[in-house]
Design a protein around this ligand. Structure first.
Ligand code: FES
Length: 101
């Protein structure tokens, strides 16, 4: 495990998402009612950043062709997307959001 700090709990309100970069990797961090989740930020269909889309009810909608993913599991649910998103373990320590990327 290589936990890395990607932000503070206060950086996101429930229902919000943000992009973080680790090396050359773009990762999306989401805050839902049951905690923080992290996935690859690049859609598996073509090149679009999911953090520029819409987060609703635990699902993110891609801004380009409206593909939909479950952000907890990474599962591709609807639209033209077929491949699931990679998900990363997250945890909170004090005020810090950590992910294992
Ligand atoms: S790039 Fe995301 S649905 Fe096409």
């Amino acid at each position: 495990m290589a936990w890395q700090r990607v932000g503070s709990v206060g950086d996101l309100s429930e229902g919000e998402m943000m992009e973080v970069e680790i090396g050359d990797q773009s990762i999306a961090i989401y805050r839902l009612d049951d905690g923080f989740f992290a996935t690859d930020n690049i859609c598996t269909h073509a090149f679009a950043k999911l953090t520029e889309g819409v987060l609703d009810d635990g699902c993110v909608e891609c801004p380009l062709h409206a593909g939909i993913f479950d952000v907890r599991s990474g599962e591709a649910l609807d639209g033209p997307v077929e491949d699931d998103l990679k998900v990363f373990p997250t945890k909170v320590e004090g005020d810090d959001i950590l992910i294992d990327a």
